[in-house]
Each structure stands twice: as C-alpha cells, then as structure tokens.
Design a protein around this ligand. Structure first.
Ligand SMILES: C[S@@+](CC[C@H](N)C(=O)[O-])C[C@H]1O[C@@H](n2cnc3c(N)ncnc32)[C@H](O)[C@@H]1O
Length: 227
C-alpha cells in the first residue's frame, strides 16, 4: 500500500475543507451539475478524505460510501458516511457493480491517476458514471503562481510530472503533502483509454477569476458481458 500522506494533517484538512467556504460550495455546485439523481442508489467516493462531499451526494439522492488510504482522514469521514480503508487503484468492489463513482480533489495525490480512472471503469456498470473534480491542471499547480487571482503566471514547469511541494502560498495542501501533476491532455486521454466516454466537462473559479477547478463526467461504454 502507498504511504498515507494525509494522516498527519487530517485535523487541519478537516478544518480547511469543512464548513461553509466558497471553495467547497463551488465544488458542490460542480457536483450538482454533473451528477444525476441517485434515487437511493449507492455511490462510491474514492479518496473521500474527511467525507466533505457526503452531504452533497446525499442531497442528490445517493447513498455514499467512502474509501481512502488515510486512517487519519477516515477518522473524520466515518462520522459522515460508511467508509473503508482501501487503495484507489485496487478497490475492494465487484466488477460492474456501481452506477456512480466520484473522486474529488484526488488526482494530484497519487502518481498514477489514470490507474484510478481505469479502476473506476472496472467497477462501474455499463452506463454508470465516473465524476472527476480536480484542481485545474493548467492553472493550478507548482508551475502556477496564483498570488493574484486575476492574473495567474504559468511557467514551463507545467511539463514536470513529479511530486512537488513548492507553492506560492504556505496556506494550501501542496506545501504540506506535495502534489503530482497530470497535464490536461493526459488526464483527458485516460478516460477514453479506460472505456469511459466523456459526456460533460466544467471549469470553475472564483467570480471573474481564472478557473481553479476542472471537472469531467464520463460514462462507461463497456458492452454488457454475454457470459
Ligand atoms: C485533497 S484530499 C481530497 C479529499 C476529499 N475527496 C475532498 O474532496 O475533500 C485527497 C485524498 O486522497 C486520498 N488518497 C491519496 N492517495 C490515495 C490512494 N491511492 N487511494 C485512496 N485514497 C488516496 C488522501 O488520503 C486524501 O484523503
């Protein structure tokens, strides 16, 4: 199992992401746009962290279950939804069993996010949906100085994929646990390679600001098994 970087910052993360804040409200708005009504069905929140998205998923009619690597994060999450400790690239879930999988703000937390997308595709039923919400791969990262939200400065570090801790701010996640980078084209290509068809995308940011979130909804186009 990979190392759970969030164990030591779980209390800080719960405060940072929880409550009523503009960023989490923006994430919620994106999820509401990309997720259909659940009508009581079960969905999986991969890399659920402290469970910050459980309320939005319930509000859309889903019964969320969370998985995360970090027992520190799960200590908070289990107050909000049923959870299990598991690696996102090897989910303890049957093939073709779920209608919805979401993963929010996780793609920079592991070196192989295409592996997460492929694993989600395995677990989805045909027609099931994977919803990814992440930091915007073009305008947010160690290569982007966001000191002035109206004028983001992107440098050639955009091409570097390794985990980096350097940041324009000391108040964020990256300077605490590091972040990998997946360029936009590689992120988008990973959906098709996994057999998921992109049906919607969203960019979101602060009012009139450069987007800091990028989200994708993709549907499993795997043919039903004839076995
Ligand atoms: C930035 S947090 C996002 C948490 C939550 N989804 C949210 O929206 O607040 C990233 C989460 O991904 C989890 N994570 C990182 N690598 C993982 C892996 N391989 N399998 C499962 N969870 C992982 C971390 O432990 C952390 O809780």
């Amino acid at each position: 199992m990979p190392v759970a970087a969030y164990d030591e910052i779980a209390d800080w993360y719960a405060d940072w992401v929880g409550g009523l804040n503009e960023y989490s409200e923006r994430v919620a708005k994106v999820l509401r746009r990309l997720i259909p009504a659940g009508e009581g069905r079960t969905c999986l929140d991969v890399g659920c962290g402290t469970g910050a998205r459980a309320g939005v998923l319930r509000g859309l009619g889903w019964r969320p279950i969370g998985v995360d690597l970090s027992t520190g994060q799960l200590r908070h999450a289990r107050q909000l939804l049923p959870v299990a400790a598991a690696d996102a690239v090897a989910l303890p879930v049957a093939t073709g069993s779920l209608d919805l999988i979401v993963s929010v703000l996780t793609h920079t937390d592991l070196p192989d996010y295409p592996g997460v997308i492929a694993e989600a595709a395995r677990v989805l039923r045909t027609g099931g949906r994977f919803v990814h919400v992440g930091i915007h791969p073009c305008f947010t990262g160690a290569f982007a100085d966001r000191s002035d939200p109206a004028r983001i400065v992107v440098d050639s570090g955009y091409h570097r994929r390794e985990r980096r801790w350097d940041s324009f701010t000391t108040q964020g996640v990256r300077n605490r646990v590091g972040a990998w980078h997946l360029p936009l084209a590689e992120l988008l290509n990973a959906f098709g390679r996994a057999g998921l068809e992109i049906v919607d995308t969203v960019e979101a940011g602060p009012d009139d600001g450069v987007p800091d979130l990028f989200a994708v909804a993709a549907v499993s186009s795997r043919r039903p098994s004839t076995a």
